[in-house]
Ligand binder design. Structure first.
Ligand SMILES: [Zn+2]
Length: 317
């Protein structure tokens, strides 16, 4: 039996699915550390090919950066922050390892969009809160990317609420990705803990982490989920810029549903939507809109993205 091979390349790890039955959802999910440079890309693919064990019908990859016409790349700042990818031919790189296979490369956040389209959703925005912040917006079932695929990079919108000391993975400051991403919240928490040493020392977060420099996203999630007010305040302030951006999307194009994906979102589950809703609700015209149900975390998000890649390959071929 052959099947498509979905590969979700993230800033930290790459995940892929091995089919175990004919139903698309039945797959073993494997992962490894993401390649540290584009020079390691083919070695990663060879490892995945060997693990897959046979020649797939199609390879469908979600890539963490803008994907333009003919799969032209520009950069992938959570993955290879210092590389200019305009001369990196991702299709040819994949074709070298999988020479007799249909190849599809889409943005990693589009993979979730593909899943939701398959489910019959037509008007929504996916917000990926992982290593960075990514977005994809859909209207009438069409992904809105603009003429040169610059849409979906909401993480690089500059917000005055982002402390200047925090740096986005793209290298700039003031960007939403510098504070509202998983890595960003972690850096922001350390920044806040250093400025409020007493509050930190008396918090659950302080007891779990010990020192500001030792705050991990895991410690943050544990403290927030446990009801620690210090950690909760950090989460609400870190999500405020992203909530503002969602409010702008709402009044600009009428988007009413925001799906939250990414490792940090999945770890926080029901604790994340209220933090975004609190900010969005005060930054746009209310008109009785229910922000508390506008944000929803997608469960089993890795499987969701891999399924979305499979659906995309099936629709495109
Ligand atoms: Zn940025």
């Amino acid at each position: 039996m052959t099947a498509s091979l979905p590969i979700n390349l993230g800033g930290t790890s790459v995940k892929w699915g091995i089919p175990v039955h004919r139903a698309p959802a039945d797959m073993d999910i494997r992962s490894m550390r993401s390649p540290r440079s584009s020079g390691e890309f083919q070695a990663m693919l060879r490892h995945i090919k060997q693990d897959f064990g046979t020649t797939p019908d199609a390879v469908a990859m979600g890539f963490p950066g803008p994907v333009g016409a003919d799969c032209a790349l520009t950069q992938a700042c959570t993955l290879w922050p210092d590389e200019d990818l305009r001369d990196f031919d991702v299709m040819q790189e994949i074709r070298t390892v999988f020479p007799r296979t249909d190849i599809h490369v889409i943005n990693d956040v589009s993979a979730y969009g593909s899943f939701l389209l398959e489910r019959g959703e037509t008007d929504f925005c996916v917000l990926n809160i992982g290593s960075g912040v990514g977005s994809k917006t859909y209207a009438n079932g069409i992904e809105i990317n603009g003429p040169t695929a610059r849409g979906g990079e909401i993480g690089h919108w500059r917000d005055p609420g982002v402390p200047a000391e925090l740096r986005c993975d793209c290298g700039e400051t003031g960007h939403i990705g510098a504070i509202s991403s998983g890595r960003g919240v972690q850096r922001f928490a350390a920044w806040r803990a250093r400025r409020d040493a007493e509050g930190f020392a008396h918090s659950a977060l302080g007891r779990i982490a010990g020192a500001p420099a030792d705050i991990t996203t895991h410690a943050l999630v544990t403290a927030i989920r446990g009801g620690d007010a210090f950690a909760r305040d950090i989460l609400y302030d870190a999500m405020a810029p992203l909530g503002r951006a969602a409010a702008l999307l709402h009044v600009a194009i009428g988007c009413e549903r925001f799906y939250l994906v990414g490792g940090f979102a999945e770890a926080l589950m029901s604790d994340l939507p209220p933090a975004l809703a609190a900010s969005a609700a005060v930054h746009c015209w209310q008109q009785h809109f229910d922000w508390t149900s506008a944000f929803r975390v997608i469960e089993d998000e890795v499987r969701t993205s891999l399924l979305g890649l499979q659906y995309h390959a099936r629709r495109a071929s």
